[in-house]
Write a protein that binds this ligand. Structure first.
Ligand code: GDG
Length: 749
């Protein structure tokens, strides 16, 4: 339990230790007066984790009193040597050493010349270079090597940001059971942008990210973009926010990062800040103050902000001499051409505005290119009347939240770009589109003119929200959910066929004298192919089935949705029972096909035209006509578009079959099937089981239509769902080759 902002939090961290992997270490060494001083690095993540560690220090039960472990890169070689031995009350640091050339290609190249611009929608700035990508992989591998060295059982590894997208997958390969979380601090872009990455790179990135158990993004939009990229890149099924990968479930969700609200709010009440605020007001008599602070970056909309302010000055001359815009730009990457140019443009725009509007006693823009101390920053937040934050894209933007936290006297108004992640939580700010000059100038005018009751109401709502969902809630929430995902994975792994379960099945098999295998075909005995006719059975699988059939105690039934002709082709020379079209037809060994249903085919006249319409409306889909059913396959269509059409098709079909009680709609793996007559795989199985006293039943299938089978067979049966989906089956296996291995095992017994 810990106390935060007067609220008693019942949160508990279940992990032994927190191991952070982030590009930078949280500290650097600064020489002051000839002495080395350890100083905190700037940036949202460092502030967040430092605040978290301080709150944990006060609770001896949290994290079992262990320090937070942090791996990252030090500023230079001598810092790295120093930090290797560095321990303080909160942290143990493990510097990762990258040769400067590698770091340049990895960080300067792949991270900042490709991922940063691309994920912030600046596609024209993106540089695609194979050498960068190789360096990115190598650097992520070096992080992985360090993490593997320091991780202990019970640890939670929390990987941060776009520099380490491959790391979760790399760690997972080395330590399959460990808990891994990943948080992306920048936007995850729409698939249209993500797909600009070469296919191999994007597959590698998605695979890397999916090594985590839990993936966090600032907003639901970013989460949805990521999920779409997963579906399009891997084909994995996503059930809401849960991704069913080949052998694990992974969760993706929105965790909007918060700030240490009390730290900012309370700092405004400290004497040095109160004095500094007074000084600012004294220097600007009778003038309102607009304030902004950002790193020098093209994503921050710095030039557009100046232009918006210029438009405001143009439109509202009555405000001349009564308002000042203090624009602080924090130095960053200004050795790079793009940033140098941006800096020059800012300086010339500031010069132009000041040249045009200044008087002897008034300068409309006060531009500062420097970092501020914490107290200076808080004083400016608190002393200003308007916070003007207008990025073109921003993952979250903590400055917006900090600004709100510092409004103790309810004076400030926040103008915020709707392109910042923070906009979804700070809806009471004046939200603007940063490219719209007029909107920005109107917003500045409205903010300056806003009456006090409205300011108080808006601020009150935002302060309540960000004080409650603060940095602690964010971190605890993330770790809590990571723990929960692990719990669900463990629960599911109990259902996975492990050695113990396997030996149970083998011994039941050995003790039985009348056994039956009820096996689905597609996805269960063969893999999924682009077209159904391509999914033919291979010789190894046939040999496994033959070997099982060599034992006279065994019977096999293939229970499939396929038509008779196809099944005959695959199993013609084998003494297996074939069930075609979900039970419409049955052929026992050595006998001919029998039909269990007599519904005629007239009904198809009403359904076929609708399906044809949907083939036209959704590229890549096709119809399969069987005797008793019509199937609309969408495996080759755009996943999301097909889902949309699927909903519509279901509605249209429901309308047609509304008064016909005999119809059923079945949903299989990327297929919607309409059949007439009450029959399904379950009834077919019961029919077969009624002909013998079986003391060993094994039923396996991979899709929803096989659930009828699992439901129908007796409790004593071994039921196995192939794939990760939740099921009525007792067990899951990750993929069909695992089932084949199991059958092979039994055939040897
Ligand atoms: C990423 C995402 C996301 C800035 N200048 C000074 C200073 N700062 C502090 C601010 C704030 C932090 O740095 C900047 O926060 P941002 O939110 O702008 O983000 P970044 O760290 O650049 O980047 C961003 C964030 O991660 C968190 O997930 O919000 O979208 O790009 O805390 O106060 N602090 C001091 N002097 C300065 O001059 N003392």
């Amino acid at each position: 339990m810990y106390v935060n902002n007067g609220l008693i939090m019942e949160k508990r961290i279940h992990f032994e230790r927190l191991v952070i992997a982030a590009y930078r270490l949280p500290f650097k060494i600064v020489k002051t007066k000839g002495k080395n001083k350890v100083v905190q690095n700037s940036g949202g993540l460092v502030s967040a984790v430092l605040s978290l560690s301080e709150s944990l220090k006060n609770d001896e039960n949290q994290l079992h009193n262990n320090k937070i472990v942090w791996t990252g890169i030090a500023d230079n070689q001598s810092s790295s040597v120093f930090f290797k031995k560095f321990r303080n009350d909160h942290f143990e640091l493990f510097p990762v050493d990258l040769p400067p050339k590698l770091n340049e290609l990895f960080y300067g190249g792949f991270c900042n010349d490709l991922i940063w611009p691309l994920f912030h929608y600046f596609t024209t700035y993106a540089v695609f270079d194979d050498v960068y990508f190789e360096a990115y992989k190598e650097a992520n591998q070096k992080f992985c090597d360090e993490i593997v060295k320091i991780t202990r059982p019970g640890d939670f590894i929390w990987v941060h940001d776009y520099q380490l997208l491959l790391l979760p997958g790399m760690i997972r390969e080395k330590m399959p059971g460990v808990s891994i979380g990943f948080f992306l601090h920048i936007p995850f872009p729409s698939y249209e942008l993500f797909r600009l990455l070469p296919r191999g790179w994007r597959e590698c990135i998605i695979k890397g990210m999916l090594g985590a158990d839990l993936l966090g993004f600032h907003t639901n939009d970013y989460t949805q973009h990521f999920l779409k990229s997963v579906r399009r890149t891997t084909g994995f099924e996503c059930q809401q926010n849960v991704i069913l990968t080949r052998n694990q479930i992974v969760k993706a969700d929105a965790f909007p990062i918060g700030i240490d609200y009390s730290k900012f709010h309370d700092a405004c009440l400290c004497m040095p800040v109160i004095c500094e605020k007074k000084k600012i007001h004294k220097n600007l008599p009778g003038q309102k103050l607009i304030f902004s602070v950002d790193r020098l970056d093209y994503t921050k909309g710095l030039l557009l902000r100046l232009k918006g302010y210029e438009t405001f000055l143009e439109k509202y001359p009555e405000w001349h001499s009564k308002v000042v815009f203090n624009m602080v730009v924090v130095p960053s990457r200004d050795h790079i051409e793009k940033y140098r140019t941006l800096k020059k443009e800012i300086e010339s725009t500031v010069g132009r505005i000041n040249g045009k509007y200044s008087s002897l006693s008034w300068r409309p823009v006060i531009y500062q290119y420097k970092s501020l101390s914490f107290d200076e920053l808080i004083s400016l937040y608190g002393a200003s009347d308007v916070g003007l934050i207008t990025p073109l894209r921003d993952g979250m933007n903590l400055v917006a939240k900090e600004y709100i936290a510092c409004q103790n006297d309810n004076k400030g108004v926040l103008i915020l770009s709707e392109m910042a992640g923070a906009a979804s939580e700070l809806s009471e700010a004046i939200l603007i589109n940063p490219v719209d000059n007029n909107e920005m100038s109107e917003a500045i005018f409205n903010a300056l003119e806003m009456n006090q009751p409205e300011k108080t109401t808006r601020l009150g709502r935002m302060q309540k929200r960000i004080s409650e969902y603060n940095v602690f809630t964010w971190a605890f929430d993330f770790m809590d959910q990571a723990w929960e995902v692990k719990r669900i994975q463990k629960q599911m792994s109990v259902r996975f066929i492990n050695k113990t379960i396997l030996s149970g099945i083998i011994s039941a098999y050995k003790n039985a004298c009348n056994r039956i295998f009820l096996l689905d075909y597609d996805g269960t005995l063969v893999s999924f192919e682009k077209y159904p006719e391509m999914a033919t059975i291979d010789v190894n699988t046939l040999n496994i089935l033959r070997k099982l059939l060599d034992n006279t105690k065994n019977q096999i039934a293939i229970i499939s949705g396929r038509d008779r002709g196809f099944l005959e082709q695959q199993f013609d020379d084998m003494p297996v029972t074939l069930v075609a079209e979900h039970g419409y037809f049955i052929r026992k060994p050595g006998k001919s096909w029998e039909s269990t249903v007599h519904s005629g085919e007239k009904w198809k006249d009403a359904v076929m035209p609708i399906l044809k319409e949907y083939v036209n409306r959704c590229n890549g889909t096709f119809i399969e006509e069987k005797t008793g059913s019509l199937a609309w396959h969408y495996r080759n269509a755009d996943v999301d578009f097909a889902q949309l059409r699927l909903h519509e098709l279901r509605d249209d079909l429901a309308e047609v079959i509304r008064h016909k009680t005999n119809f059923e709609i079945l949903e299989g793996n990327k297929v919607l099937e309409i059949k007439s007559g009450k029959y399904d795989k379950g009834q077919a199985a019961l029919n077969l089981l009624s002909n013998g006293h079986f003391d060993f039943i094994l039923a396996a299938g991979d899709d929803k239509t096989d659930e009828f089978l699992f439901k129908a067979v007796p409790e004593s049966a071994y039921t196995i769902r192939v794939g990760m989906s939740p099921s009525l089956a007792k067990y899951n296996v990750s993929a069909y080759p695992v089932l084949l291995k199991l059958l092979k095992n039994l055939s040897a017994g």
